[in-house]
Every structure is written in structure tokens, then in C-alpha cells.
Design a protein around this ligand. Structure first.
Ligand code: BGC
Length: 719
């Protein structure tokens, strides 16, 4: 650890220099050559001296570029305080693994950790010091485009996956040239946007906030995340960056977070657009009062903070506290010793074989087999295969926020199949585009023609990678364009049609579900996606992912999620259309198409028993739950064992079920395993109607399985 004396450093800084540390600008600001300031720097009226005081940079191209910026900065900054380079490294840097939603479907936090670490190694070698990840926004509405970046609809799963990312990126030592510091985002409840429209209002009770939305952020903070980013949205009346309840009461006071808070892009300025601040100076004051240490790219701090301090509207002590947090972060990163953080020009870790292997494993483990009439795995001796659809021969499968990942580095399904089936006659046709702007059907006939004469068809449909991600909300979450017509045409001439779905959110796939012989959910799987798909199709790998989010039948069911609270008028029988006055839809039913936690395998897992070691527990006991599973097939496989809780009677309405533990296990062909889960009183707690976090004596059930496919249910009592 650096020996730099931060207190002395702070004392020697002018007010302007301190404020400079609290401003983050994009790399383009720093690009001016020979001291001649152009572009945005000129717009800001930032001369070389002003620029020398800035504390951090978002973006930058590669190690060389960032070294040049750092060198120029250190040559001009009289205090010699290095810049921090930050960027969004969400699911890989150059080697791209599946989108976070897909990774959640792996139900494998250790794999998530491995992936995050590989991304950290690549990005850190390229000169980035901190990633704006993990994004752990809890989300129940598939219309929201940022579901792709999230870990889905379950608070426990998101917590485990968030924690794994913090561990993987940081590896307990953010000064290491193999690590990145992390910034958990977007605090809080960004995923609760009304009607799934990005940046929209979030109005939820404190009880719901605390029980579902907050746990994953908290888990990341407990795992040691370095930074927190407040969300854009207005939460119960105030945008997060100016929301004292969130930023002070919860984050700083209750959770004791002492790290740096950075605003989201221009979010401080947006306090004016939201209409809660009259001007930038009020906006800056509000944000600082909520202990926002760094302003990302807007200019409230830059334009107004010095005057706010001089006029005593803001105390300089508050500024000092923020600056100290920023300097401490720089010290922890080791930047005072090595301002380049060990970056390497042209590092050979980018896209190296080891990283591709991890990305491939991640794509294999996160794919979800949703339907299979027995056609999969395909026989490798297949003679004639038709590969059709907009994602058949597409390398545009890396997904949203793919940092420096490039489409050209991704393997398409067609290339994956060709590599593994050298003796099969493989024909391909586009069939149609996946775009909402291209309704042309003229290519469907060509696809039909090759499908007619094939032994099987691999039909690759989905949603373009640009359709999910920031500001990519949709009201229609069906397959875009004329893909359903392609499905109709292809399946009517060839019943051996295996569908592969490439997407960044749950889609409504009713037609596909009726017609395809098998459905393999591939998500946006990243660099190795097409190869992973081919291996799964051919049984060289066995699908083992489970859905991290419910797939509705119709968009009108959104938000639809598995842990819904009980209603006084539930349907008794989901198949009965004649039940009256029950919580249902006349034209759709209350069930989704695919459930949270659902996913098939080529193995046949038989749940043999679930045994509780006692029927009653006290607050000090631990209940042991033993689940025995056998792989009754000749295929090795992996199963995600999911344990759900139901609190039968409580002082507030409780969910019909909630996931309280899970574990992914390997079972060789014929193997039997007993898995033990341990339940403690703190796992039975909930927020009561007065928002107290308590457990209540009474009866509970534990079930193993998923949704309405529970294998065993047993009762126990908390006394
Ligand atoms: C996004 C953040 C991101 C930031 C910086 C914003 O628009 O909401 O998730 O970290 O940009 O790229």
C-alpha cells in the first residue's frame, strides 16, 4: 500500500483542485493535443490548467491511449494525483461471455466469479481501473430493456450473482493489475420503472423496496464493492442522486457504506429536468447533501460548487470528505505508485484461448432447454441439416454493453455446426430479418425449400442485440418482424425443427412453443455462442441452465413473476376457464408460458426424497433439509436444486413461494447424491406491515422443485 499522506495532500489542495477530483469527464475531453483544447473541453471553457485538476476519466481506447492521457495529466497536475479510468465492463471486455441475465440462468455463482475475473484481467491490462458493475437491479417486467444487464426476478439469485461479480472483479486486491474495482448500480429500484419504460418513475412501498429491491445491492456492499452509483429514476418522489432516504439513511447510516458514490451519466443535471432543482447550483447542493462524491459528465459541481462553498451554502468539510474518499480509492488502487495500474500494451490475454474456454463454458451453462420432444440431442450422423433464421449465420450475438467486444469475434451457429459436423450436408437460409422495421416475407420461401429436404432444421430466431439494454424498452415482446411466419412456414414442412432463441429479455413465444420440436434458449451468448449452441444440439454438452425470469404468454401479463404475494381469490385450478371471481385473465389465464427456475436436461433427474431432521425449530436451531436425487439416465448432467419457502400464516401477506436456497450439482449417469440445506431463523424473516424485519412463530413449508413442479413439500414449525 502506498505511503502517500492523504491528509497532507488534501491540505495542500485549493478548493478548485478538490472540486476537480469530484468531476468525471469522458476520454474525449483529454484528447487535445499540444495543449490546444478542442471539442467539449472548449465548450466547458476548460483550459489546460482546469483539465489538469480533473479526477477521473470514463472510457479511453486501450492501454496506450490511457497511458498517454495519464502522462499528460501527471505532467500538468501540480499535485500529481493520478486519474482513475472507469468504464462499463458488464459481461466481458474483449472476450464476451453471456449477458448477465443469461449468467443468472447458470445458477452458478462460482462460474460468474470466474467470468468476472477474466473480464477484469483483460480490462485491467488495457488500463481500466474500475468497472461500473455489477448491475443488480431487481426486475419483474420484461418490457424493460435493461433486464438483459440484470440478474433477473429473484432477490436471492441476484444477491449471489452480484456478490460473485464483486469477488471476481476485485479478487480482494484492487491494486492488482489483474483486478478491477467495482461499482454496484443502479441504487435503487431502477428496475421498478412503471410499465417497463426506461427512466420512468418508481413508486413502491418501503416494505417492497426493502424486501425485494435492496438485498442485492446490500450483498454487493457486504462483499466489498468499492463504489455505488445511484439510479436515474425518481423513487417515491425523489431521483436517487438527490434522495436522502436512500443515500443517507439507508446507504451511509444503516449500511455504513464508506466508499465513493458516483452519479450516473448527467444525473445531477437531471435533477433540474425532473423539476426538483431550480438550477445546477441547487442540483449540485442536493447531490452533495446526499454524499455524491463524483459527478459523471454534467457540470453542476464544475460550474457551481466553488461558489456554493464560498457563499457558505455548502461546508468545505463536506467537500473534503468526498475528496478524501476519492483519494483513498486512488491509494487503494495503488495509483500513486503505479498510475498505469500495470497496464500492458497489446496484452496477449485479450481473446486468449483460456478466456474463450471460460466464455464457452458460460454459454453452455446458461443455455436453457425449454422443450424437447426427444429430438435433441441430434444424432451426429445426420445427413442433411437446414440451418435457417436471422440468427443462423449471425455473429451479432454478443449482447448489450459488450465493452470492446466485436461481432466479428463471435462464432455463429452455422460456423459452430459446420466445425462439428464435417460430414453433414448443411444448407443455410436467412428466411427473414429479426427487425421490426423489416416485414418482408420474400425470403421465407427459400428457407422453406431447404427445410423440406432436410432431416432436421435448426431454426434460429430472436431479438437483435440492440433491442435490449439501456433505453430499449418494448411494449411488444414477441419475436420481432415476421419471424412467427417463418416459424409457421418451416415447421409446416419439417416437424423435426429445433428452435434456438437469441434474446436479451423474456419473449412471448407461444407460437414457437406450439410448433417446434425443441426450444433451446441461448440468450445473447457472447463470443463463443454459436459453438456452444452446436455442442448442446449435438449432445457434446448437456443443457443445465434454468430460467432466471418468468416468460409470459402475453405482454399484458407483465409484470409476472414467481414469488407473487397471495391473493384472497386465487385460481384453484389453472386449467379451469369457468372459475368465477378469481384473480385471472379472461383471455390468457394466470400462468406464464415458462416458469422461473424451469429448464430441462438430457439426463433424467429423479428426486427420490426430501427429509427434514426435525419438525420444529427454535430461534437458535438449524434445520437440516436433505434432498436425494438420482440421475436415472446414461448421460452425465447437472441439476440446479431449488428450495422454496412458504410462510403459511403471518401478520402480513406473504409470497406463495420464495427461493431460499439453491445449488447446482453434477450427477454422473446413474449417480445418486444427497444434498443438505441448512435453514436458520434469520432465513424466515420478512418485513411486516410496519416494515420491521422479523420472524414470527408458526408453520412454514419447504418445497423442492420449481413453480408448480414441486417434487416434495414438507411442513415445519418455528416455535
Ligand atoms: C448508464 C450506466 C452506465 C453509465 C456510464 C449510463 O447511461 O445508466 O449504467 O454505467 O451510463 O456508461
Amino acid at each position: 500500500m502506498s505511503s502517500v499522506d492523504l491528509k497532507a495532500l488534501l491540505e495542500q489542495m485549493t478548493l478548485e483542485e478538490k472540486i476537480g477530483q469530484m468531476i468525471q469527464l469522458s476520454a474525449i475531453f483529454f484528447d487535445s493535443a499540444d495543449g490546444e483544447l478542442t471539442g467539449p473541453a472548449q465548450e466547458w471553457d476548460l483550459d489546460e490548467h482546469g483539465l489538469s485538476m480533473i479526477g477521473s476519466c470514463i472510457g479511453g481506447l486501450n492501454a496506450k491511449h490511457k497511458r498517454e492521457i495519464q502522462d499528460r495529466h501527471l505532467a500538468t497536475d501540480r499535485n500529481k494525483i493520478p486519474l482513475i479510468f472507469m468504464r462499463d465492463i458488464i459481461h466481458g471486455y474483449r472476450t464476451i461471455y453471456p449477458i448477465p441475465l443469461a449468467m443468472a440462468g447458470s445458477f452458478d455463482p462460482s462460474l460468474m466469479e470466474e467470468c468476472a475475473h477474466m473480464a477484469a484481467r483483460e480490462a485491467s491490462h488495457e488500463g481500466t481501473h474500475l468497472t461500473f458493475a455489477p448491475m443488480v437491479d431487481f426486475v419483474r417486467d420484461a418490457r424493460w430493456g435493461r433486464v438483459a444487464e440484470s440478474c433477473g426476478e429473484d432477490a436471492l439469485l441476484a444477491s449471489k450473482m452480484g456478490e460473485a461479480q464483486v469477488k471476481g472483479f476485485q479478487k480482494d486486491d484492487i491494486s492488482s493489475p489483474e483486478s478491477l474495482a467495482t461499482c454496484v448500480k443502479h441504487f435503487a429500484a431502477y428496475g421498478g420503472a412503471e410499465a417497463g419504460r426506461d427512466y420512468n418513475t418508481v413508486e413502491i412501498s418501503e416494505r417492497l423496496l426493502r424486501s425485494r429491491y435492496l438485498p442485492a445491492y446490500k450483498a454487493c456492499i457486504d462483499a466489498g464493492t468499492t463504489m455505488v452509483m445511484p439510479s436515474f429514476n425518481n423513487l417515491n418522489g425523489l431521483p436517487s442522486v438527490g434522495n436522502k432516504f436512500l443515500m443517507k439513511k439507508i446507504l451511509r447510516d444503516e449500511w455504513g457504506f464508506e466508499g465513493v458514490v458516483i452519479s450516473d451519466w448527467e444525473a445531477i443535471y437531471e435533477l433540474c429536468v425532473h423539476g426538483v432543482a431550480r438550477d445546477l447550483s441547487e442540483a449540485g447542493e442536493m447531490a452533495l447533501d446526499c454524499s455524491c462524491d463524483i459527478e459523471m459528465v454534467s457540470r453542476a459541481y464544475y460550474d457551481t460548487l466553488a461558489d456554493l462553498v464560498r457563499s457558505k451554502r455548502v461546508s468545505e468539510d463536506i467537500v473534503d470528505r468526498s475528496v478524501m474518499r476519492i483519494l483513498e480509492l486512488k491509494k487503494r488502487l495503488g495509483l500513486f505508485e503505479d498510475p498505469y495500474h500495470g497496464s500492458i500494451e497489446n496484452s496477449d490475454v485479450l481473446l486468449c484461448p483460456e478466456h474463450k474456454e471460460i466464455a464457452e463454458r458460460a454459454a453452455l451453462e446458461s443455455a436453457v432447454l425449454l422443450r424437447n420432444n426427444g429430438i435433441l440431442p441430434l444424432n451426429k450422423n445426420i445427413k442433411r441439416l437446414a440451418v435457417v433464421g436471422p440468427f443462423a449465420n449471425s455473429q451479432a450475438i454478443k449482447g448489450t454493453w459488450a465493452a470492446m467486444g466485436e461481432n466479428k469475434d463471435c462464432i455463429s451457429v452455422l460456423d459452430g455446426l459446420k466445425a462439428l459436423l464435417p460430414h453433414t450436408e448443411i444448407k443455410w437460409a436467412l428466411g427473414c430479418e429479426a427487425s421490426i422495421d423489416d416485414p418482408s416475407k420474400d425470403k421465407i420461401a427459400q428457407a422453406v425449400e431447404i427445410c423440406e429436404n432436410a432431416d432436421a432444421v435448426i431454426l434460429c430466431v430472436g431479438e437483435p442485440q440492440g433491442y435490449s439494454g439501456e433505453a430499449q424498452s418494448r411494449v411488444d415482446i414477441s419475436l420481432p418482424g415476421v419471424q412467427d411466419e417463418l416459424i409457421d412456414a418451416v415447421t409446416s414442412v419439417n416437424s423435426n425443427t429445433v428452435a434456438l432463441v437469441f434474446n436479451g429479455r423474456p419473449l412471448t413465444l407461444v407460437n414457437l412453443e406450439k410448433k417446434a420440436a425443441a426450444i433451446l434458449e441461448m440468450w445473447h451468448p457472447g463470443t463463443q455462442g454459436g459453438l456452444a449452441a452446436a455442442k448442446l444440439i449435438l449432445g457434446m454438452a448437456n443443457p443445465c441452465g434454468k430460467l432466471p425470469m418468468t416468460f409470459p404468454k402475453h405482454v399484458g401479463q407483465c409484470p409476472i413473476y414467481y414469488d407473487r404475494t397471495r391473493t384472497g381469490r386465487p385460481k384453484k385450478n389453472s386449467d379451469d376457464k369457468h372459475e368465477i371471481c378469481v384473480s385471472d385473465y379472461l383471455d390468457c389465464g394466470d400462468l406464464p408460458l415458462f416458469f422461473f427456475g424451469e429448464g430441462l436436461s438430457y439426463s433424467n433427474f429423479v428426486y427420490e426424497s426430501m427429509v427434514l431432521d426435525k419438525n420444529e425449530i427454535t430461534k437458535d436451531d438449524t434445520l437440516k433439509v436433505s434432498v436425494t436425487i438420482r440421475n436415472d439416465s446414461d448421460t452425465n448432467g447437472k441439476e440446479v436444486v431449488q428450495l422454496y419457502l412458504c410462510d403459511l400464516v403471518a401478520s402480513a401477506v406473504r409470497p406463495v413461494q420464495e427461493l431460499i436456497a439453491f445449488e447446482k450439482i453434477s450427477l454422473a449417469a446413474g449417480e445418486r447424491k444427497t444434498l443438505d440445506f441448512f435453514i436458520r431463523e434469520d432465513m424466515l424473516r420478512f418485513y411486516d406491515s410496519e416494515c420491521r424485519y422479523i420472524s414470527e412463530p408458526g408453520d412454514f413449508t419447504l418445497s423442492v422443485g420449481y413453480a408448480d413442479h414441486m417434487r416434495f413439500t414438507q411442513k415445519f414449525t418455528l416455535i
